[in-house]
Design a protein around this ligand. Structure first.
Ligand code: ADP
Ligand code: MG
Length: 445
């Protein structure tokens, strides 16, 4: 039954949402007529109550339950720890070195729970989780690369939190390559290199951020080489991040480069539209802001490549709305962002274009998005795809998804209409009229 519920859920929400929220849940059984679902923490519990209760009830209803009831329970942390491989925490010994106060160096917000999984980062996420569950065993080192603001530091900290929560006695060090370099310089100057070495060579998990800054720092490379070897030989986990893959880091000693390639190299790409919306939604929720979906979508369309900027844009909109005592509307959001982003980027929604096309052809938008193959439906559908392609920055797969089709259908539609307008003056007039109407509506809005 749970598999059926999940497949129902899956077909009703996006993949991103599904992986973020439903992949980690566990079914705890049926208690007093209610399906009990185990979630990871109280934030997830609230989130499920708020966003997925109705969906889950519908899923049960679709399976024949007359009065479906669903409840959510927070899973005890141990239950998750049980899935860890055979590496029980050693009994605490009095002589054990005091655990480092990890909380100090790890950002509390950067956890796995707060990390939205999308097609752009799911491999890096899976690798990080695997490493968190079996440090020193799964992939060593784990090398995560990607452009700035895409979640590398977040993922590294997430592994740190995960380990710290389950094994408080483990020593975890997070350090940026810059700090590592500076500390080394200080240590050399003050004749404290032994302390420096002990500190970094006695950890269970070493997170080194932005390792590209090792380039051209020979002394630091040398020191890091020995740190790396010491940890690696003792099966201690190393995670490295960089803005580029090892092979592209100039003037990196080849013995280091090859070591960086020993484990797993994984990248994070820019997030797709859907992932951006999901991140904004989670952020808004965390800050207790209730921002309508269409406003989140507008923001997500403005900032496409950097999640830090995406979050900044959300804060900007929130601040603007509260300063002006205005509601969270699309107009307000567009205004709040207009100084930062070029105004022409304020875009038409796919839905707006679909409505305009539907009105012109006098058929319902649902028919256009439906599966009908009659000419009266196919032409408006192709025109809508064509105009969306022309007037928005949506990708072919995104447009395809909007119409419940794949990207090749959209490609076909675009070339059909392109050919069509060249031959058929009536079609050309229709498309022109729609284009003017739609562009006018943006300028007026
Ligand atoms: P990087 O280290 O790659 O430059 P960060 O890890 O500092 O990027 O991420 C920048 C911001 O974006 C952080 O606030 C982080 O929490 C957020 N962020 C990045 N990826 C995600 C994600 N998948 N889900 C939620 N927030 C994310
Ligand atoms: Mg970073």
């Amino acid at each position: 039954i749970w598999a059926d519920v999940l497949s129902y859920v899956r077909s009703n929400i996006s993949d991103v949402e599904y992986h973020t929220w439903f992949a980690p849940v566990k079914i705890l059984g049926v208690r007093e007529g209610s399906l009990v679902i185990g979630v990871r923490n109280s934030f997830a519990q609230e989130w499920f109550k708020k966003h997925y209760l109705g969906l889950l009830e519908n899923a049960l209803r679709s399976l024949g339950a007359e009065h479906p009831q669903v409840s959510f329970e927070v899973l005890p942390a141990v239950q998750e720890a049980m899935i860890l491989p055979d590496d029980p925490p050693p009994p605490a010994r009095a002589a054990a070195p005091a655990p480092t106060p990890v909380q100090k160096s790890l950002n509390p917000k950067y956890t796995f729970e707060n990390f939205v999984i999308g097609p752009n980062n799911n491999l890096a996420h899976a690798a990080a989780l695997a490493v968190a569950e079996a440090p020193g065993k799964a992939y060593n080192p784990l090398f995560i690369y990607g452009d700035v603001g895409l979640g590398k530091t977040h993922l590294m900290h997430a592994v740190g939190h995960y380990l710290a929560e389950r094994f408080p006695e483990k020593r975890i060090e997070y350090v940026s390559t810059e700090s590592f370099t500076n500390e080394l310089i200080t240590a050399i100057r003050e004749d404290k290199t032994t302390q420096f070495r002990n500190r970094y060579r006695s950890v269970d998990l070493l997170l080194v951020d932005d390792i590209q800054f090792l380039a051209r720092k020979e002394r630091t490379q040398e020191e890091f080489f020995h740190t790396f070897n010491a940890l690696y030989e003792n099966h201690k986990q190393i995670i490295l991040s960089s803005d580029r893959p090892p092979k592209d880091i100039q003037t990196l000693e080849s013995r280091l480069r090859s070591r960086f390639e020993w484990g797993l190299i994984t990248d994070i790409q820019s997030p797709e539209f859907e992932t951006r919306v999901a991140i904004l939604k989670m952020n808004a929720e965390h800050s207790g802001m209730n921002i309508p979906q269409d406003v989140l979508e507008l923001i997500a369309r403005q900032v496409t490549t950097n999640i830090r900027e995406l979050e900044g844009a959300l804060m900007r909109v929130a601040a603007f709305a509260s300063l002006n005592n205005a509601p969270f509307s699309r107009a307000v959001a567009a205004k709040a962002l207009s100084n930062v982003f070029a105004p022409q980027e304020v875009q038409l929604e796919m839905g707006d274009i679909l409505s305009a096309v539907a009105a012109q052809y006098e058929i319902s938008p649902d028919l256009i998005r439906g599966s009908g193959r009659a000419r009266e439906v196919v032409t408006p559908r192709q025109v809508a795809m064509y105009l969306i392609r022309e007037l928005t920055s949506h990708s072919l797969p995104e447009i395809g998804q909007f119409f419940g089709r794949d990207h090749s259908t959209v490609m076909h539609a675009v070339s059909k209409v392109t050919e069509g307008v060249a031959k058929d003056p009536e079609l050309l007039a229709q498309v022109d009229r729609l284009r003017h109407q739609l562009q006018g509506s943006v300028e007026a809005g």
